[in-house]
Design a protein around this ligand. Structure first.
Ligand code: PHE
Length: 381
């Protein structure tokens, strides 16, 4: 009996060591550096997660093919948060405490990055979000970075475009009240728009995953605005566009980067055409860097990269660049290297990290047309 127990516990012990040892040996493999990625691979923002993931993977393949960084090959462990902040928090905790990742890439959506950032900060694991634009994200601590511009700028860009290019003065707002990004961007837009002599004639809200927007749109129609600012994500924006036209409203919709998905036109159909949004990148950009990226991405995935893919690609490349420049692989040295990123030539523009760990970059304005998104203009900070 005792013999048997001994034998069993030995087996158990071995299993435990092996079980725990798998991830450990993986991460302690001196030739591999493991990164964690958290994204919405499923749910109503699934294209955000999958495009970002594809961009990251392409960058990692290129980095590894060129020999890796500091003698190590990079590897990414990706977890799906289904578009839920609580899942994003669980995922980042797992990646840090169990998988012992060196850094975190993600999230796209600001509300989910806000759920993750305090955890990464607590463990002093650098977190680099490709595309979360709400200012509060990097305010969570000195280990939290982004390679994109922030919403005060994006709001300013669309307000300026509305006033100067579209020459509208009376705008309605329809914001997603459950989404930090949407609430913030609506406020920043209103600020510049009013300063420039415009008027917000009505301010309405909805919640993510709503499907009926008729009562808000009826209230908006009553004020006869010249444009409607809808800083939401593509699924709801597509539905809102349809219902706007169903109610006979002709005013164009305006929005931000959250519109960027091939699904926007699938959901919105004709109704979303002739509307405008600000973004990080245009596939019409003819710079050699962008042309090369588009060609390689198409070869790998069979589609043209959207802005999310471009941002994911840049985030992984910027991280690898800072690893290469870091004094050592200690977490504080990686943080310091990230914070001194200067003029990194990304496919979404030159990336310089400022003292608040944000990137200072220009934005593009795109028009939704039958064939896709048409480049209108570039606005610099
Ligand atoms: N900027 C958005 C946010 O912070 C996320 C996003 C980025 C969505 C780029 C689409 C494209 O929530």
């Amino acid at each position: 009996m005792i013999q048997l127990f001994k034998k069993c516990s030995l087996v158990l012990l071995t299993l435990v060591i092996l079980g725990g040892g798998c991830t450990k040996s993986e991460n302690q493999d001196p030739n591999v550096m493991t990164l964690g990625e958290v994204g919405s691979m499923t749910g109503s923002e699934a294209t955000f997660g999958t495009s970002t993931h594809n961009g990251i993977e392409l960058a990692i393949q290129q980095i590894n093919a060129a020999g890796g960084v500091k003698g190590k090959k990079l590897k990414v462990l990706s977890l799906d948060d289904q578009g839920k902040p609580e899942e994003a928090a669980t995922a980042v905790t797992k990646l840090i405490t169990q998988n012992k990742v060196t850094a975190i890439l993600g999230e796209v959506a600001s509300s989910r990055s806000l759920a993750m950032a305090p955890i990464a900060q607590q463990y002093h694991v650098p977190m680099l979000t490709p595309s979360s634009t709400n200012p509060k994200v990097t305010e969570q601590g000195d280990y939290i970075f982004r390679v994109c511009f922030i919403d005060p700028f994006q709001g300013h860009v669309m307000a300026k475009f509305a006033l100067e290019t579209l020459k509208v003065k009376k705008v309605a707002i329809l914001r997603d009240i459950k989404n930090d990004y949407s609430v913030g961007l609506a406020n920043y837009f209103a600020e510049t728009f009013k300063k420039g002599g415009g008027e917000i004639v009505v301010d309405q809200s909805y919640g993510a995953n709503d499907i009926d927007f008729k009562s808000q749109l009826t209230a908006i129609r009553a004020k006869n605005p010249e444009a409607i600012f809808v800083p939401g994500y593509y699924t709801e924006v597509g539905l809102i566009a349809r219902q706007t036209r169903e109610l006979g409203i002709k005013a164009p919709l305006l929005g931000g980067d959250g519109w960027d998905s091939p699904k926007l036109k699938e959901i919105g159909g004709k109704a979303i055409e002739n509307s405008y949004f600000s973004n990080h990148y245009s596939e019409e950009d003819k710079s050699p860097l962008v042309l090369d990226f588009i060609e390689k991405y198409k070869a790998a995935y069979g589609v043209i990269p959207d802005g999310l893919a471009a941002m994911g690609y840049d985030a992984a490349k910027v991280f690898a660049d800072s690893v290469a420049r870091a004094k050592s692989l200690r977490t504080e040295d990686l943080r310091d290297a990230l914070s001194t990123t200067k003029n990194y030539p990304g496919v979404t523009g030159n990336i310089t990290i400022d003292e608040k760990r944000n990137a200072v970059k220009s934005a593009v304005v795109l028009k939704v047309v039958e064939s896709g998104f048409m480049y209108q203009t570039t606005i610099s900070p």
